[in-house]
Each structure stands twice: as structure tokens, then as C-alpha cells.
Design a protein around this ligand. Sequence first.
Ligand code: RIB
Ligand code: CA
Length: 311
Amino acid sequence: MGRRPFIIDCDTGTDDAIALVAAFGCEEIEVRAITSVNGNVSEPYTSRNNRNLAAHLGLNVEVAHGARHPIGPKRYDYSLTHGQTGLGDVILRDAEEYAYSKDMAPEVIRRIAAEENGNLELLVVGPMTNIAIALCLYPELKEQIRHIWFMGGAIRGGNSSTSAEFNIWVDPNAAQLVISSGIPMTMVGLDVTEKAVLNREDEQEIRSYGHNGALLSADLLNYMFVRHGGGGEDALMHDALALAAAVCPECMEYHDYFVDVVCDSIYTAGHTVVDVRNRFGKEPNVQVAVELKPEVFKTWLKSSIKNCKSI
Ligand code: RIB
Ligand code: CA
């Protein structure tokens, strides 16, 4: 496979930020743009985090604003899992000199998809609102996007409710529209991401790399460890694992299943129906990650962070 152009759509977010550092350490891909979406924190914060991170790493990449609200019923959970700003207790310089794209996320996706002649891949690690809006505005994208790699959903369980994972729970209508679009896609859900955990040793190794991307990642990991000590989520690399599916597929095992999303239930909205028993007799539409090889993933993640071309 030759040059692989990507857009990363994210609700940065502590684990999103680590995934971004890793992405800029992956020789296999060229990140054309980072697009921001409401999710972990509100969009003004997620876009500011993306801009400040790009400046902090010394990156020359397009950073665009995106959706501030889901296309479905308004559903927010700024539960401070990622802190007030979305980057925990990490403070980045406000890079006001770093200009945002003149275009919003859906237009950026349309423009770059057209430029890349069917080779554009999307890494989607927040609610799917921007992608859904882009597909509604520009239906031709269904033929122009090569693959969507997304962190979201679960075969079993949830972290926003007993049956819904956060990214899908925030905007189930967007997720259903994207997942049913026919675009080839890979789902990296909680079944594998909840096993993708780093520890203090990993943090110290990453910190030893010394560059801005490594030090930022280590500081974010430290925040996660303190959060976990206080009863919060562990240092789970949800979003970096979705990137791994794209560039280090051997980190996991996969199975093709029919997947849909529950939208209109008070109790189960955001649930991803992954038809592992082929109960509904429908053609599989998603490659679903079902098993993780933790050590293979951790080795890949640390080498990608180490290789991040940051200042
Ligand atoms: O459920 C985990 C997902 O929700 C991750 O993408 C995390 O960043 C949050 O957005
Ligand atoms: Ca995220």
C-alpha cells in the first residue's frame, strides 16, 4: 500500500492526545488534517486542544473546528474524566498564532477526500457527528473514503451506560448513519480498548524519549494514574488502539459482523448491536476487533510515540 492520507476526527481528550502523538510518529500515514468535535469536553476546548497540541509538537497540519452538538438529541457528559479543559491537569501554551482552517470539519473532509481520489482514510475517535454531517452534505463521500477506523461501541457492555460506549452514546444517530453508509470500516470497541492499559513503567519509558510529544504523553499518563487512584478510569489507550488497527493490525484479531446502533431507546440509546450470532441474517458491514495482543500493542505504541516528529 502506498501513501496513506488520513484525517483524524477527535474530541481531544487525554487519550485522543496520546493517539495524536502516536499518529505523528507513524511513517505509514500522512495526517492531512485534525478535525474537532464535541465529546469529552465542548468543541471550543477540543479544537483549542488540537491547535495547541499541533503547535506544541511543531506540526504543520490543518486544524479545523467541528460540530458543537450531536445531530441527535442533545446528550452531554462532561464528566471531568478528562479534566476541565480535556487535557487533564496538563497545560499547553495557547498558540493563538496557529490559525485554524478557514473551513469547518465537513468541508475539510469533502475537500481532502476529493484531492485524495478515493485514498483518504478517517480515524474517528470521538462522537461521529462531523462524519455524519459530511455524509449528509456530500453523499459522494461514500465512494471517496477508503476506510473508516473508529473507536466506539462494544460487543458487550458500556462505559456511559450499561450498554453504550461514550462516543456512540453522545451521538447514536450520527453513528448509525455512518455505520450504515457502506464505507468499509473497522470498529475498535471497549471489548479490546479496556485491555489496552499502560502502567508507570510505560510512562517512565515514554518520558525518557525526551521530546515534546513524549513528555506530553507521559504527563497525560501521570494524570490518568492519579485519576485512577481516585476511583476514575485507568490509563486506557482507547483512541491509540483505533490507530493501531490501521497501522499495526497484528495488535488485534478481528471478525466481520453486522453492526447497527440503537437510537430511540431511553435505556439503551447508543448501544452497538454487534450480531455475533448472525441472528438477523444481515450481511456483515463492519470489521470488529475482538481480541487484543497487549504486549504487541504496547511495543507498537511506545515506538510510535518515540518516533513522533515533534520538537
Ligand atoms: O469510550 C472511550 C472514548 O470516549 C474515547 O474516545 C475517549 O476519548 C472518549 O472520547
Ligand atoms: Ca476520544
